[in-house]
Design a protein around this ligand. Structure first.
Ligand code: NAX
Length: 331
C-alpha cells in the first residue's frame, strides 16, 4: 500500500473547507488508491467549528483517511505536509479599503510562508485559493525563498471550468468534450477567458469552438463577462460565495499537477511568470499549462491576436498594481 500523503487545508472551518475536505478524503484529489492524512488549520475563533469538521470526518469513516490533525497552531498544521491548499484568508468586508484587506492578507501569507518553508515536507506543492489569490501566492513565494517557485501556484481552475461550462451549455455538448479554453491573468474580473484555441471533440477529430459558435460578438462579449462575473452571480443566488465548485476545481488543479494532464489537453493555473507571452516576469499569472511528472510547463507558441493581446496586458497591469500595493503594505 502507498504511504499516506499529508494534505494541509487552511481555513478548513469555512465554506470551501467544508466542501473540500470530504473530497480529499474520498480520493477525488489524489486518486482512489492514495491514502491521506488531513491537516486542518483555522484561527482560534473558529476552533470549535473546526473540531466539528474533524468529528464529521471521523464519522464519515473514509477508508482512505488515515488521520486528521485539526489545529489553530500554524507550525503544527504545516509540519510534514506534502500538499498545502491555502483557503484561509481575510475577506473583504463592506466599506473596507482595498489596502486594508491587502494588508491583512499580506501579513497572513507572510507568516504562513515561513511556517511552510521551515516545516513542510521537501517538495511540498502549494495552491493558494484565498483572495486576492494571485497576490497572496506571490507574497507566499517571496517569504518562502527556499520553496522553489515552481511549487507555488494559485487557483484559476474554477474560472477555467466555468468557461468550459458556458461553452458546453451554449453548444449543447458534453462538458467533457470541450477542452483547451484558457484563463489568462488574475483571478478577478479582469481575467481573460479565451476560446481562440478551444476545441470540441467530434466523431472524427476535433472542431474549433470559434467555428462552432460562429458568433464572435458573443464570444468577445457576453461569454467573457459571464465567466468574469460568475462569482458575483453565485453570491447573488446563494447569498454565499462559490464553495462546491471552488472545492472541486481545487481538486482538479492538484490532481492534474500531481498525476499529469491528458495528452493534447491543457489547463489553466496561476503560476510564476517567466516572461512567456510578454507577460511581465515576476507576477503570479494564469497561463495555459500542461503537467507531467509533477511539474507544470507553460504551453508555448499559441497565436495571440490583437484583441487577446490587449486583454492579456490589462490583467497583467492589474496584477502589477496589486503587487505594488502588497509591497507597500510591507513597509
Ligand atoms: P469562509 O469565510 O467561509 O472561510 C474562510 C476561513 O478561513 C474561515 O473559517 C476563517 O476563520 C479562516 N481563516 C481566516 N484567517 C485565517 C488564517 N490566518 N489562517 C487560517 N484560517 C484563517 O470563506 P470561503 O467561502 O471558504 O472562501 C475562502 C477564500 O476563497 C476566500 O478568500 C474567497 O475569496 C476565496 N475564493 C477563491 C476562489 C478562487 O477561484 N480562487 C473562488 C471561491 C472563493 O471566492
Amino acid at each position: 500500500a502507498k504511504d499516506p500523503v499529508r494534505v494541509l487545508v487552511t481555513g478548513a472551518a469555512g465554506q470551501i473547507g467544508y466542501a473540500l475536505v470530504p473530497m480529499i478524503a474520498r480520493g477525488v484529489m489524489l486518486g482512489p488508491d492514495q491514502p491521506v492524512v488531513l491537516h486542518l488549520l483555522d484561527i482560534p475563533p473558529a476552533a470549535e467549528a473546526l473540531n466539528g469538521v474533524k468529528m464529521e470526518l471521523i464519522d464519515a469513516a473514509f477508508p482512505l483517511l488515515k488521520g486528521v490533525v485539526a489545529t489553530t497552531d500554524v507550525i503544527e498544521a504545516c509540519t510534514g505536509v506534502n500538499i498545502a491548499v491555502m483557503v484561509g484568508g481575510f475577506p473583504r468586508k463592506e466599506g473596507m479599503e482595498r489596502k486594508d484587506v491587502m494588508s491583512k492578507n499580506v501579513s497572513i501569507y507572510k507568516s504562513q510562508a515561513s511556517a511552510l518553508e521551515q516545516h513542510a515536507a521537501a517538495g511540498c506543492k502549494v495552491l493558494v485559493v484565498a483572495n486576492p489569490a494571485n497576490t497572496n501566492a506571490l507574497i507566499l513565494k517571496e517569504f518562502a525563498p527556499s520553496i522553489p517557485e515552481k511549487n507555488i501556484t494559485c487557483l484559476t481552475r474554477l474560472d477555467h471550468n466555468r468557461a468550459l461550462g458556458q461553452i458546453s451549455e451554449r453548444l449543447n455538448v458534453q462538458v467533457s468534450d470541450v477542452k483547451n479554453v484558457i484563463i489568462w491573468g488574475n483571478h478577478s474580473s479582469t481575467q481573460y477567458p479565451d476560446v481562440s484555441h478551444a476545441t470540441v471533440k467530434a466523431p472524427h477529430g476535433e472542431n474549433h469552438v470559434r467555428e462552432l459558435v460562429a458568433d464572435d460578438e458573443w464570444l468577445r462579449g457576453e461569454f467573457i463577462t459571464t465567466v468574469q462575473q460568475r462569482g458575483a452571480a453565485i453570491i447573488k443566488a446563494r447569498k454565499l460565495s462559490s464553495a462546491l465548485s471552488a472545492a472541486s476545481s481545487a481538486c482538479d488543479h492538484i490532481r492534474d499537477w500531481v498525476l499529469g494532464t491528458p495528452e493534447g489537453t491543457w489547463v489553466s493555473m496561476g503560476v510564476y511568470s517567466d516572461g512567456s507571452y510578454n507577460v511581465p516576469a515576476g507576477l503570479i499569472y494564469s497561463f495555459p499549462v500542461t503537467c507531467r511528472d509533477g511539474e507544470w510547463s507553460i504551453v508555448q507558441g499559441l497565436s495571440i491576436d490583437e484583441f487577446s493581446r490587449n486583454k492579456l496586458d490589462a490583467t497583467a497591469q492589474e496584477l502589477s498594481e496589486e503587487k505594488a500595493l502588497a509591497y507597500s503594505c510591507l513597509s
